[in-house]
Write a protein that binds this ligand. Structure first.
Ligand code: GDP
Ligand code: ZN
Length: 317
């Protein structure tokens, strides 16, 4: 033990029970000692993004000695064997210490799904992670029409950037947003995530895509995630779990709290268990009628709530 050295760093890759930590001495492959396994039972002991201390005898391999408290975590309740049921006792951490999430969609080809966007924003709100909406392929529509479609989200306080990976518009702005931060990218396939990342930094999209390809297979048995470093500092994270990230671990009655324009009105509804559907004296419905809440967002709320009520009834009813 005496010739072992204590180093600190951030976990940048996890695979098959090994964790690679970026330290001042370079990348060190570590494992978790049994002692830590005893201490932290309710959550993953170590996840990509964690800041850790480790002991290394040779500067190449090591044992994790301590995991710093996590700031923001992208996680989900661990799905049970029956895919629709959720075990609430254990949290699966996808990425720890996330600074922000970028949700990419295309104005066209494929047609944007505002429902998916709203669902994603609920997840971000639930985890307290700042969300950036990246509207790509603006070269495919007349100037101004993309803004008309998404300005609603800017008015809700979300950062919205408009890009064309093909023409390079908005790429510098995206690069600036990513610098020095740990960012998780999400969005349906075909919206241009790889193209955008390649535009931000040569081969970045290719590296992220390689991680996705590697994780597509056998992801049920092998936990795998990796942070891809940015030239200007910071990381882009990719993990298979992010694509399947559902909000099935949100209580249906909590969903109104994750819609920024709905949340502050809930207290004004006549009934404190108001679902904002049919109830009289509903402040949310009034706001929709008066035009201060967008009908599309209200519709998203109703559908998400309905979806999750069904899941909940199935799982616990
Ligand atoms: P990913 O699946 O989200 O990684 O999407 P890709 O980066 O693979 O892009 C999907 C398709 O959209 C490819 O054919 C790209 O060339 C195209 N594409 C990506 N960005 C843009 C863009 O800004 N404008 C246009 N017109 N096409 C784009
Ligand atoms: Zn109400």
């Amino acid at each position: 033990m005496s010739d072992s050295e204590r180093l600190s760093g951030q976990v940048v890759k996890a695979q098959s029970g090994f964790f690679w930590v970026e330290t001042e001495r370079g990348l060190i492959r570590t494992q978790i000692p049994g002692r830590l396994k005893q201490e932290r039972k309710g959550t993953d002991i170590v996840a990509v993004g964690d800041y850790v201390e480790l002991d290394t005898p040779d500067g190449e391999h090591g044992m994790i000695a301590h995991v710093a408290p996590r700031v923001r975590v992208l996680s989900r309740a661990r799905p049970a064997a029956n895919a629709r049921q959720v075990r609430h006792d254990r949290e699966q951490v996808l990425v720890a210490n996330v600074d922000q999430v970028v949700f990419v969609l295309a104005v066209k080809n494929p047609q944007p799904s505002l429902r998916k966007l709203d669902r994603f924003l609920v997840v971000a709100e639930q985890h307290g992670i700042p969300a950036i909406i990246c509207v790509n392929k603006i070269d495919l529509v007349p100037p101004g029409s993309a803004v008309a479609m998404f300005d609603l989200y800017a008015r809700l306080g979300y950062a919205v950037i408009y890009t064309s990976a093909q023409r390079g518009e908005g790429v510098a702005a995206l690069r600036a947003l990513l610098a020095g931060k740990l960012t998780v990218f999400a969005g349906s396939s075909g919206v241009g995530k790889s193209s955008l990342l390649n535009a931000v930094q040569p081969d970045l999209g290719l590296r992220v895509r390689a991680v996705s390809a590697a994780t597509g297979k056998g992801m049920h048995t092998t936990r795998f995630a990796e942070l891809i470093p940015l030239d200007g500092g910071g990381y882009v994270a990719d993990t298979p779990g992010i694509r399947g990230l559902a909000i099935y671990d949100v209580e249906p009655a909590e969903i109104d709290g994750y819609f920024r324009e709905i949340a502050p009105l809930v207290a004004d509804c006549r009934f404190n268990d108001c679902t904002h559907r049919q109830e009289t004296g509903c402040a949310v419905r009034r706001a929709v009628e008066e035009g201060s809440i967008s009908p599309a967002r209200y519709d998203s709320y109703l559908r998400l709530r309905e979806e999750h009520q069904l899941l909940d009834d199935e799982a616990f009813g």
